[in-house]
Design a protein around this ligand. Structure first.
Ligand code: NAP
Length: 541
């Protein structure tokens, strides 16, 4: 099947990460034929590519796992509270083998375009291998954080030594022993990599443009009793995930803060009570304040507590100041979870380069030239992020009705109905795309909910003899307005916050909040209501 230059399937699935694997499983179970096209030479998506030292998930293992197979839940043993990249990659390979999914996966092949034929009501999907695959449906399982950002730094190709992206870390071991290593970027990837690179390198320079809000993960070995308890009650746990805003129950050995009952008001707390929260909870005492999520004064008070924790952790006061976030609110970016990040800067063999004192001018053959001077380096590691949520879809020539290009339709910001479909692109579905909670919740639960909705919709069409589904422009506009309205009171859209949630990390990308902030529970209810109401807002032909 996969050797044929042309083929006909019910669905082409783009990607064989978690979303692609589950899509294949569910399509097959419902009797649809499908092929998954994957650019990597292995399955796992994010967990195939991001294999940098320290790479780890920030959702507890027992919850960052598929719920579609009770047998899988029972047989797989997690070893840590938060799973490391190698463990998740092993798990996903096990899933691919256990359910015999590989026979429908074409590896090392990149989808370059897909064109909708209005007469035949099919998509023709082209790949860099020269395929033209026709299918009624296309499911974009391309991931929200799958297109690495190449930073706009002059001379980036001039460096004589290895220049490594965390997001495409080599499979072969990288020998950093005794080496002068420069790490650019202090988001989730950079923060996770910092302590590990410090251990591996001769000397580590961390180039920081914006300080980070990061909290200790409290990771550790998974208590067998907690694992047994979860396995005994997995159905209830999965149900709890679906009805929670973040897709996490917090019952699986991890400390999950900011559940409603833990939120306090910092504006109503005295200075003594604020500091007492630090004594009681350490770093977590900076983020138990519910009013900081929506009130700028409360937020700044919480940020000051955070800076106090940095001062308590970092020995050198000047260095502590350099590592302290200032000028943008807490909770506007994705929270980062770390293992001894700030403590790492107390090491003699680790140096922070605070780029606010003088930015990067260029990379040259021997290192990084900044306005503060030149740093001689043997290896440069770039943890500079992703063209998030829209990057994968807009890099593919997706041509819908009348030849319109998705990239053009989204030029002013992504537009979709329920994050599932865009008007003008019939039978093209997006898993965890813009307009859905995806990156703001446990993505595995989001993936399962999306894939089930999509494949149920396909089954509904088959039963009734429909060949085409597409949202109306009115329904799409209504959803985009709703996504923006509910985000308006939150810190995520603060003008001082340049996060990837709003596309601000990519030069030229329109500033638009991409994820749905209303919570997975509310979102799922909205999707279910649409179906119960006869697929309100969708047109079937
Ligand atoms: P990121 O959060 O976008 O961070 C990129 C970092 O690179 C930022 O510190 C950014 O600085 C810096 N940067 C970008 N271009 C630069 C330049 N030209 N010069 C200097 N610095 C530059 O990317 P990420 O760390 O890869 O994380 C992305 C997302 O992936 C996370 O938010 C999370 O959702 C996910 N992730 C999760 C985990 C986990 O589960 N624990 C781990 C890794 C990633 P500015 O802030 O100034 O732009």
């Amino acid at each position: 099947m996969t050797d044929s230059p042309t083929a006909e399937f019910d669905a082409v699935v783009v990607g064989a990460g978690m979303a692609g694997l589950y899509s294949l499983w569910r399509l097959r179970r419902l009797g649809f034929t499908a092929v998954a096209i994957e650019q990597g030479d292995g399955v796992g998506g994010t967990w195939f590519w991001n294999r940098y030292p320290g790479c780890r998930c920030d959702v507890p293992s027992l919850e960052y796992s598929f719920g579609f197979s009770p047998e899988l839940e029972q047989e797989w043993e997690w070893t840590e509270v938060f799973p490391s990249q190698p463990e998740i990659e092993r798990y996903l390979n096990h899933v691919a083998d256990r359910f015999d999914l590989r026979r429908d996966i074409r590896l090392s092949t990149k989808v370059t375009g897909a064109t909708y034929g209005e007469d035949a009501r099919t998509w023709t999907v082209s790949t860099d291998a020269g395929d033209a695959i026709t299918a009624r449906f296309v499911i974009m399982a391309t991931g929200a954080l799958s297109v690495p950002q190449v930073p706009a730094i002059d001379g980036i190709d001039d460096f004589a030594g290895p220049l490594i992206y965390t997001s495409t870390w080599p499979h072969d071991p990288v020998d950093l022993a005794g080496k002068r290593v420069g790490l650019v970027g202090t988001g989730s990837s950079g923060v996770q990599a910092t302590p590990e690179l410090a251990d591996m390198a001769g000397h580590l320079w961390v180039f920081q443009r914006t300080p980070t809000f990061t909290w200790p993960s409290h990771n550790g070995p998974l208590d067998p009793a907690v694992q047994a308890e979860a396995k005994a009650h997995y159905r209830a746990l999965r149900a709890g995930q679906r009805t929670s805003p973040g897709g996490v129950t917090g019952s699986t050995g991890a400390i999950i803060l900011q559940s409603a009952e833990e939120q306090r008001s910092i504006l109503e707390a005295s200075e003594e009570e604020r500091l007492a929260a630090l004594e009681e909870l350490g770093w977590d005492g900076t983020r138990v304040w519910g009013d900081a999520l929506v009130d700028p004064d409360a937020n700044e008070a919480a940020v000051e507590l955070y800076r106090e924790m940095v001062r308590r952790t970092v020995d050198d006061p000047e260095l502590a100041e350099s590592l302290s976030p200032r000028g943008f609110p807490m909770h506007c970016k994705r929270p980062v979870i770390d293992s001894h990040y700030f403590e790492t800067f107390n090491r003699d063999d680790v140096t922070l380069v605070d780029l606010r004192q003088g930015g990067i001018d260029r990379i040259d053959a021997t290192g990084i030239q900044t306005a503060q001077g030149h740093y001689d380096l043997d290896v440069i590691v770039l943890a500079t992020g992703f063209d998030a949520m829209t990057g994968a879809a807009t890099r593919i020539d997706l041509r819908g009705r009348g030849g319109r290009l998705l990239r053009d339709e989204w030029a002013g910001g992504p537009r979709s109905y329920l994050g599932l479909q865009s008007a003008g692109f019939p039978n093209l579905f997006t898993v965890t795309g813009p307009g859905s909670p995806s990156v703001l919740a446990n993505v595995v639960v989001c993936i399962e909910q999306h894939v089930e909705w999509i494949t149920d919709c396909m089954a509904h069409m088959r039963e009734r003899g429909f060949t085409e589904v597409e949202p109306t422009v009115e329904a799409q506009d209504g959803w985009v307005d709703h996504v923006n309205e509910i985000a308006a009171p939150t810190m995520m859209v603060a003008p001082t916050c340049n996060s990837w949630y709003v596309g601000a990390n990519i030069p030229g990308k329109p500033r638009a909040l991409m994820p749905y902030v209303g919570g997975l529970d509310r979102y799922t209810a909205a999707c279910d209501e649409v179906v119960a109401d006869g697929y309100r807002g969708f047109v079937f032909t």
